[in-house]
Ligand binder design. Structure first.
Ligand code: PRP
Length: 181
């Protein structure tokens, strides 16, 4: 895989930084939900598969995991339309729900998801986001945030470019000539 390194401009968040922050977030979440019963972690596929798995392993409260897959029409979409490709297996009515996202970019995905899940009347709904692009206006509150990152194309730790680079343990900035003509 080393021959793909030439596509990276730089490493933005190292594996050590990610793992350390994930442990901190898990400790904070465990503390906040202690005594509230089981919480439902909702990982948003595909991007959050690694973050969800790592975070879950460090939680010290009862939890179970469900997944959703959403498709966005991209940052340039006029409407910012999002649709559900894969829905939850279980009902979240009166459950404590934590949405797990790898990245908030335009915010369309998380805004849509938050609105949809609220209509299902969970006991509570919070968001845990590993990376957020700075200076983007979103409506949804982010309750647990890993890192603010610059507005560049990022890959690794779940994030892809044309399905590539998802399984790196770090987050890197992709070189512009890797995705521009
Ligand atoms: C990415 C990412 C978020 C969303 C964020 O998913 O995983 O879910 O985009 O973008 P937004 O804030 O502009 O809506 P993507 O649709 O690329 O699917 P993937 O996770 O399967 O790669």
């Amino acid at each position: 895989m080393e021959n793909l390194y030439h596509e990276f401009e730089r490493i933005l968040v190292t594996e050590e930084q990610i793992q350390s922050r994930v442990r901190e977030l898990a400790a904070e979440i465990s503390e906040d939900y202690r005594g509230k019963g089981s919480i439902v972690l909702i990982g948003i596929l595909k991007g959050s598969f690694m973050f969800t798995a790592d975070l879950a392993r460090h939680l010290t409260i009862p939890h179970y995991i469900d997944f959703m897959a959403l498709s966005s029409y991209g940052n340039s979409a006029v409407s910012g339309a999002v649709r559900i490709l894969l829905d939850l297996r279980a009902d979240i009515y009166q459950k404590h729900v934590l949405i797990i996202e790898d990245i908030v970019d335009s915010g369309h995905t998380i805004d849509y998801l938050y609105t949809v899940l609220k209509t299902r009347k969970p006991a509570s709904i919070k968001t845990c986001v590993l990376t957020r692009k700075v200076d983007k206006a979103i409506n949804t509150p982010i309750d647990y945030l890993g890192f603010d990152i610059p507005d560049v194309w990022v890959v690794g730790y779940g994030l892809d470019f044309a399905e590539r680079h998802r399984t790196w343990p770090f987050i890197a900035e992709l070189k512009k000539d890797a995705y521009q003509d």
